[in-house]
Design a protein around this ligand. Structure first.
Ligand code: 5RP
Length: 234
């Protein structure tokens, strides 16, 4: 199967979390990226099962509205039944790296009010240790160089993602070569640098479920079952 077919399979499998007995007032949180786009398209087939959505980017909001799915401002919403989003990397604790699509800040905010966070990804995203994918960091533009210097001191190699402006009007640094031994500690340390809006580590609020598209089908992984006895991821 191609990577796109694996993404399609997990997007379809995520519909299991949009059950027919969902409360009609339920609101669904929606991520950003190519896998999330496939989920949005699948969600359109069951749009009578929930009241509406909160989107993590302008692009996802537009795609939802194009399907006739209501998109609420998050200020109008207290909680989400489920949040569905892709990732750039996932470890066996379901800590994630996100932000390849520059939507990390709103993704983290939307995930924070979800009862269940379902991550959907093809098997190339499953890793033993986070950090081969450069860690995206959203920064206030005037702080970009100051933040980059602090990241160099932390052992990272920050690269400015030129030409990209986030939906919040900020810039992105992609940080290579970070040694992410402790994802929670690293998430906190980077977020404490003045000028950082958010970093793409989702460790304090990991996914609850990872639907991983593999050549043997979609695996439904939670922290409890990611550790196979032979040390493989699943
Ligand atoms: C966007 C993200 C995406 O979830 C991540 O980049 C994965 O994207 P894709 O589904 O296109 O592989 O974090 O900010």
């Amino acid at each position: 199967m191609t990577q796109d077919e694996l993404k399609q399979a997990v997007a379809q499998a995520a519909l299991d979390f949009i059950k027919p007995d969902l409360k009609p007032e339920a609101i669904i949180g929606i991520g950003t990226g190519s896998t999330a786009n496939l989920f949005i398209d699948a969600l359109a087939t069951v749009k009578d099962r929930f009241r509406g959505t909160v989107a993590s980017s302008d692009a996802s909001a537009k795609r939802l509205r194009d399907h006739g799915i209501e998109v609420f401002d998050m200020n109008q919403v207290e909680k989400l039944a489920v949040y569905v989003d892709g990732c750039d990397e996932a470890n066996r604790k379901l800590h994630l790296i996100k932000g390849g699509g520059a939507a990390l800040t709103q993704e983290k905010i939307v995930a924070s009010i979800a009862k269940t966070f379902v991550c959907i990804a093809d098997e190339s995203k499953a890793v033993q240790k986070l950090g081969a994918f450069p860690l995206p960091i959203e920064v206030i533009p005037m702080a970009r160089s100051a933040v980059a210097r602090k990241l160099l001191k932390m052992g990272g190699n920050p690269v400015y993602r030129e030409g990209v402006v986030t939906d919040n009007g900020n810039q992105i640094l992609d940080v290579y070569e970070l040694d992410i031994k402790d994802p929670e500690a690293m998430e906190t340390a980077i977020n404490n640098i003045p000028g950082v809006v958010t970093n793409g580590l989702f460790a304090h609020r990991p996914a609850d479920v990872l639907l991983l598209g593999t050549k043997d089908g979609v695996k439904k992984l939670s922290v409890i079952n990611t550790m196979a006895e032979d040390g493989e991821f699943y």
